[in-house]
Design a protein around this ligand. Structure first.
Ligand code: ZN
Ligand code: ZN
Length: 326
């Protein structure tokens, strides 16, 4: 089977012919129909995720068909494979409803091979059933961009005015969910990115501007999806007293120092890490209920490096998705 492998940090992916993986007990062998391209995959390629194992096949937004193995899903069923691949079930985090923080967690496309391939194996307990209303490519971005965005949204609590910094795959899904909940979304893009700002407004944002601008009204919460540490003090200045700044990325450049006065007033900064299986179930039921429009650009598996290059350069509106044989 064809797979796109990260052999070592700092090198482009290699398109290789690899043997078909064999499912062990409790695992399913899945034929990949679509796999989303996430910013985390760039961090893995660049060697910025210290726990990552090389060589590894990236890809943790996998939509595919159960080919064999396992007992939970019927053969031929369409399932999703997300970032969380395995947890120990025994550590203090696993036993307190926070398996996303498990001390020994394994992640798809990081510790175990992911979906930049024609086939992948996965522990069936961590796979998700997918709402039927989405096509394969359209469902892929729900599995990380959608899911992590939704977990961040939970950290925003009852915030009515929510800022989203970095308007890519995660924000374009979350803007639609928040809008359907009656919240107001303020979208922040790279300065001068008028196409990105137009896209944000199309996705339901109430206002869109550059990341260096102040919103027309103070925000109750801000979620940062862009991997830019300088946005943390920027977002703190945009939230009102008691407001929260939520960092949704797995990696960020250093946060510059800033005056304590910007944090004063019980403002908070938190990070959101990974996801739990319960997050996955909750978000998929939201996605089944709401007609979320995912903007995708599809690439053949052999074009994985091109897709990653477009993501890195900010050339995408929405999400890149690899389609094996497409
Ligand atoms: Zn654990
Ligand atoms: Zn991701």
């Amino acid at each position: 089977m064809l797979s796109a492998r990260a052999l070592s940090p700092g090198a482009p992916l290699q398109i290789l012919d690899a043997p078909l993986p064999r499912p062990q007990s409790g695992q399913v062998l899945v034929q990949v129909k679509a796999c989303g391209v996430c910013r985390t995959d760039l961090h893995i390629m660049d060697g910025e995720i210290p726990a990552c194992r090389y060589p590894v096949t990236p890809g943790h937004e996998v939509v595919g068909i159960v080919h064999e193995g396992g007992t939970r899903f019927a053969r031929g069923a369409r399932i999703g494979i997300p970032w969380l691949a395995w947890t120990c079930g025994q550590c203090e985090y696993c036993t307190s409803g926070r398996e996303n923080l498990c001390e020994r967690a394994c992640f798809t496309g990081c510790h175990v091979d992911g979906g930049y391939a024609e086939y992948v194996v996965a522990d069936e307990r961590y796979c998700l059933a997918l709402p039927e209303r989405y096509g394969d490519a359209e469902a892929a971005p729900l599995l990380c961009a959608g899911l992590i965005g939704y977990r961040c949204y939970g950290f925003a609590g009852a915030a009515q005015r929510i800022g989203l910094y970095g308007f890519g795959a995660a924000a374009h899904v979350l803007a639609q969910v928040a809008r359907a909940d009656g919240r107001r979304v303020f979208a922040f893009t790279r300065g001068g990115d008028s196409a990105g700002q137009r896209f944000a407004l199309e996705c339901g944002a109430h206002w869109a501007g550059g990341a260096d601008e102040m919103p027309p009204q103070p925000l109750d919460a801000a979620i940062i999806f862009a991997p830019v540490g300088a946005l943390v003090p920027q977002a703190l200045r945009a939230v009102k007293k008691g407001g929260r700044v939520i960092c949704g990325g797995i990696h960020m450049s250093d946060i510059p120092s800033f005056p304590y006065a910007w944090l004063w007033g019980e403002r908070e900064i938190v990070s959101v890490a990974n996801l739990t299986r319960a997050d996955g179930e909750r978000f998929m039921s939201v996605a089944a209920r709401l007609p979320i429009r995912t903007a995708v650009r599809t690439y053949r598996l052999e074009q994985a490096n091109e897709a990653l290059g477009d993501l890195r350069a900010g050339r995408l509106s929405g999400a890149a998705v690899l389609v094996p044989g497409g």
